[in-house]
Design a protein around this ligand. Structure first.
Ligand code: SF4
Length: 403
């Protein structure tokens, strides 16, 4: 059933000021986490709870094409822990010998021996959380590393043999100018990464940055300036040979697009393991209807470990997506990518016609040069100007679907 596996590693050395992901800084939990995680993989390699809450055990079917260690900070895990997890995955799943195996890594946690170890374990893609090459900006973001550590990590990763290297960058800190951000991109491009992720800094509730904002100590960039910087990034990186294939992601070559993350945007089933990990499955339903099911694990590490100590799957809850929810989901993920919404897939959901349902909205987006049909009109996607207004466009689609 699952060709894509996600492992959530819920540890960070220190919380960054802007981040609201679930992670914790008490690394003494790592051994208990690894045991519980391996138990979860063994118990429920193919399990997404069905309505009688009976999990399947091991799925002998699909060939796994991607494995993704995300977090948190997966690179806080010792090599021995990663080896144990990978061995468990290989024991419980059929893994394609050419599978893309990605690990998110924080430059502040890496050294040459660790990187060589990752390579020898079969990790073949690194997503390096550089974020910036400016120490003042890194300090504002509350990162644990300085720019020199990113440079060392990139060079050591290349020396260890990583030829599929992604650099994650953040832009849009207060008063960030095009020329400042251009210097950041130039530095990143100087290392010839195969992939770049450029995330606009967003204010998430309950983060230290948000508290600063409420106290007037942090003034976010104005929406127009953000849109300008976004458009500048698009043009600059495309001019340097990168394809802007998803709103925040750029690939040097087509083969360097993140296969794992593309599975989310293509709405392909995936299985997540670890605290707070989500899974998405398409299950046989009654009649010809398939059940599109999303489930998620409990996020509390203590509860997660306890649950697995009793050989229970740590699924917190699940939901079956109704037709309208599936429609909106297809639109939300499709509009994020350069491929756009798969209209045939959309129309097949309920017999509704995308063209009829959204006629006015689509015409309006076309006239504003924010959206267009692509291929043989079998897909509808946003232009770069449309991407700059993605949230409000998705809301306009949602109003038509009436969710
Ligand atoms: S290292 Fe990543 S996951 Fe951890 S706090 Fe920072 S941004 Fe969040």
């Amino acid at each position: 059933m699952f060709e894509h596996l996600y492992i959530h590693v819920p540890f960070c050395i220190k919380k960054c000021r802007y981040c609201d992901f679930y992670s914790q800084t008490n690394l003494s939990w790592i051994p208990a986490y690894v045991s519980a995680l391996c138990r979860e993989i063994s118990l429920g390699a193919a399990a997404v709870l069905n309505e009688t809450a009976v999990p399947n055990l091991v799925d002998p079917g699909s060939l796994v094409k991607t494995i993704y260690f995300g977090g948190g900070t997966p690179s806080v895990l010792p090599l021995g822990a990663l080896e144990t997890i990978l061995k468990t995955l290989y024991r419980c799943h059929r893994i394609d010998p050419h599978a893309e195996i990605t690990l998110e890594a924080n430059p502040g946690t890496l050294d040459p021996d660790y990187l060589k170890g990752l390579k020898s374990l079969g990790i073949n893609r690194l997503s390096l959380g550089v974020q910036s090459f400016d120490n003042k900006k890194l300090g504002l973001l509350g990162r644990i590393h300085i720019a020199a550590q990113s440079v060392n990590a990139i060079e050591a990763a290349r020396a260890a043999g990583f030829d599929n290297l992604g650099l994650d960058m953040i832009f849009g800190v207060p008063k960030e100018s095009n020329s400042f951000w251009k210097r950041e991109m130039d530095t990143a491009l100087g290392f010839c990464p195969e992939h770049l992720s450029c995330y606009m800094l967003t204010l998430e509730k309950d983060t230290p940055l948000y508290i600063w904002y409420e106290k007037g100590r942090f003034i976010p960039m104005a929406p127009d300036a953000r849109a300008d910087l976004f458009a500048f990034t698009d043009v600059y990186l495309e001019n340097h040979g990168f394809s802007h294939y998803e709103i925040s992601n750029f690939a040097g070559k087509k083969k360097n697009r993140s296969q794992h993350n593309s599975s989310y945007w293509d709405m392909v089933p995936y299985k997540g393991f670890g605290p707070s990990a989500h899974s998405y499955a398409v299950l046989p339903g009654s009649g010809k209807n398939l059940r599109h099911q999303r489930s998620w694990n409990c996020s509390d590490l203590n509860a997660y470990v306890d649950c697995l100590a009793q050989d229970r799957l740590p699924v917190d809850d699940y939901e079956i997506l109704g037709v309208e929810e599936q429609m909106l989901e297809r639109i939300m993920v499709g509009l994020r990518t350069d491929k756009g919404v798969d209209i045939k897939g959309f129309n097949g959901l309920s017999g509704s016609s995308f063209q009829t349902m959204f006629k006015d909205l689509v015409e309006q987006l076309e006239s504003q040069r924010m959206g267009k049909y692509t291929g043989q009109t079998d897909r509808f996607g946003l232009t770069r100007a449309g991407w700059a207004c993605l949230d409000s466009i998705v809301e306009a689609f949602a109003r038509k679907i009436k969710i």
